[in-house]
Design a protein around this ligand. Structure first.
Ligand code: FES
Length: 218
């Protein structure tokens, strides 16, 4: 199957030349996480989050090779994991990756109207990135916050109760933010996995990570 420019899927690639981008802090994080498992291969998912942060928000072949080398795995084993989970980016994303939930509750509450308004505002379709590299637009499966539909994840933040009328204000807010959200999300997830390094711990979102342009949550 030919590669699609808009998809997160790419053809399997041969193992690349070795590259090392893990910082001393990243290596320490990986070793701390791996120490909690009986086998190093069990740390593959967290290691890929570390790699996604260290490699500018996505996993090019050298990132997969570095994870394989650091965990004593083959390139194919790590690539098999990275290509299975959609939260790992196999292609470079925009500075803000907009992931709009279009599952049942959000769809009933108008998620596709929100998606179409975003397409119009940004001049792109789902699966594409704006020419200035600022935004990538994707559909997402249920984000587990159905009571506040329509929900959109952007990095480590959830935007809730979205409507075609209030998404423009979200886009403006994101344009003015200095964050590079794909790496920010990866960093937040790595910190959740290291005991004592996150204020929430245990994988939950803190209230500050929820943004509701509709006003106070109903
Ligand atoms: S259906 Fe959208 S968050 Fe669950």
């Amino acid at each position: 199957m030919a590669e699609s420019e808009t998809s997160n899927i790419r053809e399997p690639l041969p193992a690349p030349a070795k590259e090392r981008r893990f910082s001393a802090q990243a290596i320490a994080e990986l070793e701390e996480i791996a120490s909690h498992y009986p086998e190093r291969k069990a740390a593959c998912l967290p290691a890929l989050w570390i790699a996604q942060r260290e490699y500018e928000g996505y996993l090019p072949p050298p990132a997969i090779q570095e994870v394989a080398d650091r965990l004593g795995l083959s390139y194919a084993e790590v690539e098999g994991v990275a290509t299975f989970y959609t939260m790992y980016n196999l292609r470079k994303r925009g500075r803000h990756h907009l992931e709009v939930c279009t599952c049942l509750t959000c769809a009933v509450k108008g998620a596709y109207e929100v998606v179409h308004r975003l397409e119009k505002e940004l001049g792109i379709h789902v699966g594409q990135t704006t020419a200035d590299g600022e935004f990538t637009l994707s559909e997402a499966e249920c984000l587990d916050f159905c009571g506040a539909a329509t929900v959109m994840q952007v990095g480590d933040k959830y935007f809730t109760q979205l409507t075609p009328e209030n998404v423009k204000q979200v886009i403006d807010q994101l344009r003015n933010s200095a964050d590079y959200t794909p790496t920010k999300l990866a960093d937040s997830l790595v910190k959740l996995l290291i005991p004592g390094s996150s204020e929430t711990g245990g994988g939950s979102f803190a209230p500050k990570d929820l943004v509701n342009p509709a006003g106070p949550m109903l």
